[in-house]
Structures are given as C-alpha cells and as structure tokens.
Design a protein around this ligand. Structure first.
Ligand SMILES: Nc1ncnc2c1ncn2[C@@H]1O[C@H](COP(=O)(O)OP(=O)(O)OP(=O)(O)O)[C@@H](O)[C@H]1O
Ligand SMILES: [Mg+2]
Length: 331
C-alpha cells in the first residue's frame, strides 16, 4: 500500500490571555492511497484542530509547534510540504456546515468553477462545464439548473453535495472531512456517506473522516485513529480496533453506541465523567481518571503507541485488562 498522506508528531499550541494550551499533542497519522482513515473522539479531543493544522487554517493565536507533513509525490516518494501550499493543491476540505464555507454571494456554478480555475488553467466556459459535470457526479439532480442557484436556495443535503463538488474541483488526492454529515438528518447522512465512499473508490481518493460517531466510522473507514485529550490513544484497521479494542477509552466509546439489537435490560452506557480541559490535562494516561481499569502506574505512564497486534497500536499500558471482559456491541 502507498501512503498518501502522513502526519508526524504534530503539536498545536494556543496562547490566550497569557495561558498556553496544547490541544493537539504529538499526533501521528497516516492514510493509504484510496483508503479512508476515521478520526474519532469526544468533543474537544483535538480532531478539528488536527485537520486545520494540516491545511494551515488554524484560528488566531494557534500555531504548529512541532510536526511534519508528508504528501505522496508523482515520483512515488513522500515529500515534506508546507500546509499553505497544499490547500487546494493536493488536499481539500469538506466542513460540517456548508453554509459557512459556501460564499453566499456567488452562484453554485461560480463557486465550483472558481476552484477549478484556481487549480488548472482553463477558460470560463470550460470551468462552467467542469462545475456542471461535478454537480452531476456528486448526485445533484438537474445539475444544469441547480448550477444557477444560490447556496441559500438549496437543502442541507444538496449544499453538502455542492461543497463536495467544490472540494473535488481542485482534483485533490486527499480529502479532509470534518463531521460532514453531523448537521444532516439520518437518511441524508447515509446518502452523503455513500457518495463519499463511491467517490473514494472511483477516484482513488484518500479521505480523513472526522466524526464523534463510531457507527459512521464502521460504515466508511478502513483504518481508524481514536483521539482523547489531544492524543491518539489507539489506532489500526477498523474491525480489530472496534471489535477487539485495546484501549479502555475505545472500548467505552464502542459500548456506548446505540445498537439495534440492544435488549431492554441492556441500558445504553455512556462514559462516566467528562474529557479533561486542555488547560489541565491529568498526568500520565489522560484517560486514567475516567478509566474503570486504571492502576496506580497509569498516572505515570509515558504516552507511547505500542503495537499489540498487526498494525494495531494502543497507548494503554494495561491492554490485558480489556481482554478479560467481553465487548457488548460494535457498529
Ligand atoms: N480558537 C480557539 N481558541 C482556544 N481554544 C480552542 C480554539 N478552538 C478550539 N479550542 C480548544 O481546542 C481543543 C480541541 O478543539 P477541537 O475543535 O479540535 O475539538 P474536536 O475534537 O474537533 O471537538 P468537536 O467534536 O466538538 O468538534 C478544545 O479543548 C477546544 O476548546
Ligand atoms: Mg471538531
């Protein structure tokens, strides 16, 4: 397998009112060509910040303090690149709320055509044709007519399709998706997930898909990285990670998923407690204050991802504790 994108030891710091926090702390990720990597974790884990750092779109006051970004090149090697230079050239992003990403003063066709022309020299009419073709490709009905619409005239699902078309206009190799279906109802969510999966397979695109929803990961991703309090705590191929979790945090996420065949006597579990504030991360394993398996040495544990099975790595220093219990449900 060829690696399409690799993020090595990424850390992001934010200074506000004289205090510095590190919401992304030594995160390493990689996605193979044509694969989808799911990035999952509770709110505040640092998922969006990680994607924004990759694209150089960090908010004011935030900066990358360490890390390297490597992108697959035409020569077949991984080359170190600058985030700003890849935006719209190799990597595109799809956001959760299309309305904030789509320019409300431009017609749909122009929004997409702009991206196409920024990427490759083409005439206005060629860009127009490309935009209409992309609208058709992402499943917008009557693309010629819809192309003339303004973003506010479209439903949420159609707007998300337009945003995907806009992201594709620059012919990226990697698509970063930040909760692209969270704002949509379940039926539309399924359609958009199906669309992204089809595009991935047809175009050989690589996708990093951020969500807090493990069931979605089970649907779209081949690989998964689980983030907790700014760090990746478990990573590997989707089925082993979800079915045989090696980190109590992943296990807690898995067992808290609503499951269709959950019996009436099986209450849906949620994870006790709340994730820590980045201004006050606990020492050692950051999940240890909430972990039912925590032992005294967990608060002194250094954060290292150790391979326990083929390509399946965990930062938990007591993965044997989980092996003794059964997993109740997985997506
Ligand atoms: N502009 C900002 N200034 C200061 N802190 C921020 C800023 N944006 C995010 N943070 C903090 O950084 C941490 C990581 O935020 P991030 O948005 O990456 O989380 P997330 O995993 O995407 O969560 P969610 O599922 O809610 O989208 C959070 O603790 C958040 O409060
Ligand atoms: Mg987010």
């Amino acid at each position: 397998m060829t690696t399409a994108l690799e993020v090595r030891n990424l850390s992001v710091e934010i200074t506000r009112h004289g205090h510095t926090i590190r919401p992304v702390d030594d995160v390493s990720l990689s996605v193979d060509a044509g694969d989808c990597l799911g990035l999952v974790g509770e709110s505040g884990a640092g998922k969006s910040m990680t994607l924004k750092a990759i694209l150089g779109l960090l908010p004011k006051g935030a900066r990358v303090t360490s890390g390297e970004l490597l992108l697959h090149t035409a020569e077949g090697t991984l080359a170190s690149i600058d985030p700003i230079s890849v935006r719209g050239h190799g990597i595109s992003m799809v956001f959760q709320e299309p309305m904030t990403a789509l320019n409300p003063t431009r017609r749909v066709v122009d929004i997409i055509a702009d991206g196409a022309r920024a990427h490759r020299d083409m005439s206005k009419s060629e860009a127009h044709e490309t935009a209409v073709r992309l609208l058709g490709e992402v499943g917008v009905p009557a693309p010629e007519r819809r192309a003339r619409a303004w973003p506010h005239q479209l439903s949420g699902g159609l707007r998300q399709r337009v945003m995907i078309a806009m992201a594709l206009a620059t012919e990226p190799d990697v698509l970063l998706c930040d909760e692209p279906t969270t704002a949509l109802d379940v039926t539309v969510q399924d359609q958009i997930l199906g669309l992204l999966d089809r595009i991935r397979r047809e175009r050989g695109l690589s996708i990093i898909f951020v969500t807090h929803d493990l069931a979605v990961i089970g649907q779209v991703a081949q690989e998964v990285a689980v983030m907790y309090a700014g760090r990746v705590v478990e990573t590997g191929p989707v089925r082993p990670v979800l079915d045989r979790s090696l980190h109590p945090y992943t296990n807690a996420l898995v067992t808290s998923i609503p499951h269709v065949d959950i019996g009436t006597d099986q209450r849906l579990r949620t994870i006790e407690g709340a994730p820590p504030d980045p201004a006050n991360f606990p020492p050692g394993c950051r999940f240890s204050p909430r972990c039912p398996f925590a032992q005294p040495d967990c608060t002194r544990a250094e954060h290292v991802l150790v391979e326990q099975a083929t390509d399946h790595r965990t930062a938990c220093i007591h993965p044997e504790a989980l092996a003794s219990i059964s997993v109740e449900g997985s997506p």
